[in-house]
Design a protein around this ligand. Structure first.
Ligand code: IMO
Ligand code: MG
Length: 428
């Protein structure tokens, strides 16, 4: 009856969707605690591919309660679209619950996301332009609008009076664009509020009750450790706390209630958006990984930057998340190279460092120190048991575990649910 968290250990897109989907089959409750529709979680079920941005992947199992916690930011138009498109595919969404305290993405957040990026010029962060940074900024600045506010016409109207004054001043005076009227926003958002009203609940009570009753609860992280606003490669990060530390605040549970934390890592490294990336590759190896791994953004379609596995990063993720185990994804994508490389440390100003530097200028100057290992043949990962993997692939995984300090609990050898080797069952 444990609770298990799934978090990203790299720059997002590690395959958290597949692992949460897998573990959701054992879970009674699946809860998201941060981020918004900047996440893109792809799950392959039979012949169908589901791309989820906001609703926890657990929704694909009938009877699972799926929670959008207070730490998540909600674009209601996207949420409703996602609910409708799941329903069209015959998926029951009646188990969805949304925290009344979650903040709502408004049209001015999306506009400000674009305008701020334009203003940054060459220093662009490369955001998803979905309003994530601006909505979290407003939350912290106490200018936000929550789900409970839009459910109450009067409260909504009062909040908009207070907030639009500030927002319109910035839009008009700083950016020279037109602002928004209260009527325009209410006309769009009040119908959204009616659509989601029945799904809104006190999710802190819901999750705590489930834990107290001994249910299996899964915490689904979005983004990754290096996109964490505190622990990531700031400022090239998202505006929330994807690390395990974000779970308690983002759901209203105590940290003592988190039993296990599984860190998801690709067998290599990718990144979308700007910022330093020590093991980044270019040329044929990068192209092979990108094409085989289908490394294009789920949310924005952008080609992902690709590089070798960086154990400095994942060792850092083991530390800041207190990882109990690793899920190593895309082992099959790396198959077919004669040799593969793992970054074991960085060389920086003539010194070898093993701890991930969060100073970007230092990180940008770091050269990876590589260890070369034997590759494994193409097609050799299509196995049902870990023992049947080629020796070189098992040696690669063992080295990852040794270098990062966390056991490998799960290995993914393909996109499908069944293409997964479980070495250690997290819900046990
Ligand atoms: P999943 O959950 C990969 C990146 C953006 C950008 C930075 C800030 O699919 O792993 P934002 O719009 O969040 O303000 O953008 O964060 N980013 C992600 N990269 N996977 C994600 O989510 C991401 N969500 C945000 O590309 O560099
Ligand atoms: Mg993604």
């Amino acid at each position: 009856m444990p609770t298990v968290a799934v978090v990203g250990t790299q720059w997002g897109d590690e395959g958290k969707g597949k692992i949460t989907d897998l573990l959701a089959s054992r879970a009674d409750v699946v809860a998201r605690y941060q981020g918004g529709n900047n996440a893109g979680h792809t799950v392959k079920v039979g012949g169908d591919i589901f791309k989820l941005h906001l609703i926890p992947s657990g929704i694909l199992y009938r009877g699972t309660t799926c929670v959008i916690g207070n730490g998540v930011v909600v674009d209601p138009a996207v949420l409703i679209q996602e609910m409708d498109s799941l329903a069209q595919k015959g998926i029951d969404v009646s188990g969805l619950r949304i925290s009344g305290n979650a903040h709502v993405i408004m049209p001015y957040h999306r506009l400000l996301d674009k305008l701020e990026e334009e203003m940054r010029g060459g220093g662009k962060i490369g955001t998803t332009a979905l309003g994530i940074g601006p909505v979290y900024t407003d939350k912290i600045a106490r200018n936000g609008i929550r789900i409970i506010d839009i459910l109450d016409r009067e409260a909504f109207s009062d909040r908009l009076d207070a907030v639009l004054k500030l927002k319109n001043a910035v839009l008009q005076k700083v950016y020279g664009v037109e602002g928004f009227t209260k009527e325009q926003i209410m006309e769009e958002y009040l119908p959204y509020a009616e659509r989601i009203r029945d799904y809104v609940a006190d999710c802190s009570i819901l999750v705590n009750d489930a834990i107290d009753r001994g249910k299996n609860v899964l915490f689904e992280g979005a983004q990754g450790t290096l996109l964490d606003v505190d622990h990531g490669t700031y400022p090239y990060v998202t505006s929330s706390w994807p690390t395990a530390g974000g779970i308690a605040a983002g759901l209203g549970i105590g940290p003592t209630k988190i039993n296990k934390v599984i860190g998801v890592a690709k067998a290599y490294t990718t990144r979308v958006g700007a910022g330093p990336f020590p093991t980044e590759l270019s040329g044929p190896v990068c192209n092979t990984i990108r094409e085989r791994g289908q490394e294009y953004g789920t949310t924005t379609g952008r080609p992902r930057r690709c590089g070798w596995f960086d154990s400095v990063i994942v060792r850092y993720a083991v530390r800041v998340n207190g990882l109990s185990g690793l899920a190593i994804m895309h082992l099959d994508t790396l198959a077919g190279f004669e040799k593969v490389k793992i970054c074991t440390a960085y060389r920086c100003d003539g010194k070898v460092i093993r701890d991930f530097p969060t100073n970007l200028r230092v990180l940008a100057g770091c050269e990876p120190v590589y260890e070369e290992l034997d590759g494994w043949p193409e097609g050799s990962c299509a196995v049902k048991r870990f023992e049947d993997l080629p020796g070189a692939a098992r040696a690669y995984l063992a080295r990852i575990s040794e270098l990062t300090g966390a056991p490998v609990a799960i290995v993914s050898v393909g996109r499908g649910r069944e293409e997964t080797l479980i070495l250690e069952e997290p819900f046990s």
